[in-house]
Design a protein around this ligand. Structure first.
Ligand code: GLY
Length: 372
């Protein structure tokens, strides 16, 4: 398969992948540097060690940049880090034409994008995602945010990067659990928007994806298809007034499972692993609520269990998950609103489900993994 150099270039998203990704980045950086000369690169401890050397080697013009660094992990998306980055930009005399490059996963692109979009009312930034999750989802679509008072993404903006560059080489720095985390978003996008991509993914031998030597052309293909689809969805509804909510499939129950795993379990799940469970439960709801055929539901179940394994939830976890769901903003008069699918590739937003239906979907997953 030949990849377009530019997956998409519209007012909304410029996402660049393919073999000439470094040349394109080099060209864009040179163009932006001409306006001001100052470039700031935000990384975390991991990406500074594992990814920055490759970036500086490939794009020599970046070697004189000011390096900014945060500790890795979701806790980095805090107001204190935002303030210290604003201070670093001010001390480095960043002007409105200075450039911030976000080199990292979703935490780096969310925080860096937020800081860039607010400093001097907005300076240009570029996202270079280094995790599969960020390549497939977080770094595309212009959502930026920090967390406040333990609430995720409560302060943020819709702000577009100059471009997002997808460089599959960085995938070699990830362990299997991080690859799985991003893979669930790729599966999700196919299920809500692209039937033929879903058919393709479900025919893949997933062992191939996780071979010791990563099959980068195959990963590149998955990333490019998924990014292209995400761009289309975002372009149709940038501010998430309506149809962009298809991207929430699996996320309502998934977020509650993620919170459970952080609070009560010895092994916290990655975001994507929790979303994979959410997708299974919400596929169950889709079968009962939106006419998803049983044979399609079984295919989804089979692929997700064989890819992600099972994560035992017990009888006593179910009320805890319901408690987390109650905090969700999509609940009204005891009815929770979900994005569901009527068939692979076709999503339906704002689907009401009551507490009993939700409990049945959780019991389905509990029985499936039969560790109760
Ligand atoms: N991560 C979902 C979205 O970008 O809308």
């Amino acid at each position: 398969m030949q990849f377009p150099l530019k997956i998409t270039e519209t007012k909304i998203s410029t996402v660049i992948a393919g073999s000439s990704v470094w040349d394109s980045l080099d060209g864009l950086v040179a163009e932006l540097i001409q306006k001001d000369g100052k470039v700031f690169i935000l990384s975390d401890d991991n990406t500074a060690r594992l990814c920055l050397p490759l970036l500086l080697d490939k794009v020599k013009g970046l070697q004189r940049s000011v390096m900014l660094n945060i500790s890795p992990g979701e806790s980095g998306k805090n107001p204190e880090n935002a303030i210290s980055l604003w201070n670093a930009l001010a001390s480095g005399e960043a002007s409105r034409n200075s450039l911030l490059i976000n080199l990292g996963g979703g935490v780096v692109s969310d925080l860096g994008g937020f800081v860039a979009s607010t400093y001097k009312r907005g300076i240009p930034f570029i996202n270079i995602p280094t995790t599969l999750m960020a390549m497939a989802d977080a770094a595309i679509g212009g959502k930026t945010a920090i967390n406040l008072q333990s609430v995720k993404n409560i302060v943020g903006s819709f702000s577009l990067p100059e471009a997002t560059f997808l460089c599959p080489e960085f995938l070699s720095t990830l362990n299997k659990s991080h690859l799985l985390s991003g893979l669930s978003e790729i599966f999700k996008i196919s299920l809500v928007a692209d039937k033929s991509f879903w058919e393709y993914l479900s025919s893949l031998d997933t062992g191939q994806l996780f071979s010791k030597q990563l099959n980068l052309p195959l990963w590149e293909e998955l990333i490019a298809r998924s990014a292209m689809m995400k761009c289309k969805i975002v372009e149709a509804d940038f501010f998430e007034k309506d149809s962009r909510a298809v991207l929430n499939f699996g996320h309502t129950i998934g977020h509650a499972i993620e919170s459970l795993s952080f609070r009560d379990k010895q092994m916290p799940l990655t975001h994507g692993e929790a979303i994979a469970i959410g997708i299974l439960c919400e596929s169950y709801l889709s079968m009962h609520q939106c006419g998803l055929e049983e044979k399609e539901f079984r295919r989804i179940t089979q692929l997700f269990i064989s890819t992600f394994g099972d994560y035992g939830i017990t009888d006593k976890d179910i009320p805890v998950i319901l408690g987390f769901l109650n905090q969700d903003k999509k609940i009204r008069d005891g009815i929770q609103y979900f994005t569901l699918i009527s068939s692979p590739g076709k999503a339906m937003i704002k689907q009401p489900c009551d507490r009993d239906q939700i409990i049945r979907s959780l019991e389905f997953y509990r029985n499936l993994t039969s560790k109760h």
